[in-house]
Design a protein around this ligand. Structure first.
Ligand code: ZN
Length: 449
């Protein structure tokens, strides 16, 4: 397809006429395969399954990382685990600023008594303050063997949590290492978070996100990884070549833009490892830390393995043997490729400044007139569009510097448009979509007095 709706002969003729007489600026086409950056490819190569196994051997040896298992000494419980994660992050690079991010809370939800909740957060400063997160949760829980149920007041049973969510935790640690050691000067500030209290109701993520909202931090996306290393489903189905990315709606939320970006870039850098986009916040009856960020308006998605083994989760059987480290490494690379691209790109252009979406019908009244605010550092912009009924962007053109573009003869009612900023190295920001607000929308040409 070359331009919107070039399917029918009539449309083709119409499009031909447009090109001839109105002059579409350049032939539009299906999405290009992106240009790869050898530095990002090298960074992906550095991701080591053996190192992740090493971290996870230590984490599971603490026997439990239950939220209440503090004060159990250096060899057992969550406090020892937090210290290990913190010291390991600090050992990687002096560029990584690793700290405990602690909160005193009263009895809360499944937390039976007052408690201290400590996330472990490592910041890799970029040229700007805008933040990109990679997260997993390091706390664990296991049902009582006697009853098969949870008892949130007890933590004397083993809860190794190798896959839930030791896998996401060690993925996050390994990405912290390779990003810090890469020596690449990222535009965005990268934040690697081993989060706490997930099993009790996203407690650590919620407290951190609330603090970020209070401090008006700009968070461009949260790449959350939870249950990410198992390739053998409980039903016997093996799948080590696909991974799911769950993203909340609506269809043009920034979380969905993250999902589209992740598929585009992760598959470009790692062909053969398929990103399966799931148009849902999470699985049925289950949740994760990305949702704590989503609730406060921050974009975030969840990476999770394609085939789960429910019989191991939240039991003493969630051990190292249930983690496929080759698969975990491929999922880590999928994260790293998409994170590095966003972090190297300029910020996404603003398309909804002031009184609404900066999309109008142009001088003729029958065009698609896109405007945007200039993105600092951008050498151009990638304009994308799709049928309104389509799940992913279908067409694109690249335009150079500037802050507007007109598609003559194209109705803004019939397509969904979006725009990404492109940096000098070809790195692309997330797409900012031109969405039609629920009501009261006035096209820009008619805005004003
Ligand atoms: Zn989990």
């Amino acid at each position: 397809m070359t331009t919107p709706s070039a399917r029918s002969p009539v449309a083709r003729i119409a499009v031909g006429l447009l090109v001839l007489f109105v002059g579409l600026p350049s032939p539009a086409r299906a999405q290009n395969s992106p240009a790869l950056d050898p530095r990002i490819a090298a960074l992906l190569e550095e991701i080591s399954p053996d190192r992740m196994r090493g971290y996870l051997e230590v984490l599971t040896a603490f026997e439990t990382r239950h939220t209440m298992s503090r004060g159990e000494g250096p060899d057992r419980g969550i406090e020892a685990a937090a210290d290990y994660i913190l010291e390991t992050l600090r050992s990687f690079s002096t560029r990584l600023q690793a700290e405990l991010d602690c909160y005193e809370i009263p009895a809360w939800g499944r937390v039976p008594d007052q408690a201290e909740i400590c996330n472990v957060i490592a910041v890799l400063p970029g040229r700007t303050d805008r933040r990109v997160y990679v997260t997993g949760h390091y706390d664990t829980v296991a049902r009582r063997e006697e009853t098969g149920r949870f008892d949130w007041t007890r933590w004397d049973n083993p809860a190794p949590g190798a896959n839930d969510d030791g896998s996401g935790t060690v993925l996050t640690m390994e990405l912290a290492r390779v990003f810090a050691e890469s020596g690449i000067d990222f535009d965005a500030t990268l934040v690697f978070g081993a989060l706490a209290g997930e099993e009790e109701g996203l407690v650590g993520a919620t407290l951190h996100a609330q603090r970020a909202a209070r401090d008006s931090l700009r968070i461009d996306g949260v790449w959350n990884n939870d249950i990410i290393g198992n390739s053998l489903g409980g039903n016997g189905v093996v799948d080590s070549r696909t991974v799911r990315v769950f993203a909340e709606g609506p269809e043009d939320s920034m979380s969905r833009q993250m999902a589209r970006h992740i598929r585009r870039w992760a598959e470009a850098y790692q062909p053969g490892h398929e990103i399966r986009l799931i148009a849902r916040e999470d699985r049925f009856g289950r949740g994760g830390d990305h949702t704590a960020f989503n609730r406060l308006g921050f974009p975030g998605v969840r990476f999770s393995e394609s085939r789960e083994n429910y019989s191991r989760q939240h039991t003493a059987a969630d051990t190292l043997g249930g983690v496929d480290f080759g698969y975990l490494a491929r999922n880590a690379r999928a994260n790293a490729a998409s994170v590095a691209t966003v972090a190297l790109a300029p910020p996404a252009p603003v398309v909804d400044a002031g009184r609404g979406t900066m999309l109008g019908r142009g001088e003729s009244g029958y065009a698609a007139h896109l405007r945007w605010r200039e993105s600092p550092g951008a050498v151009g912009y990638r304009i994308v569009w799709r049928e309104t009924w389509g799940p992913d962007w279908e067409n694109e053109i690249f335009v150079g510097p500037g802050t507007e573009h007109v598609f003559e003869g194209i109705s803004i009612d019939d397509y969904t448009f979006g725009i990404a900023a492109v940096g000098p190295g070809g790195h692309e920001s997330l797409v900012h979509p031109y969405v039609r607000p629920p009501r009261g929308y006035t096209p820009i040409r008619e805005v004003g007095r």
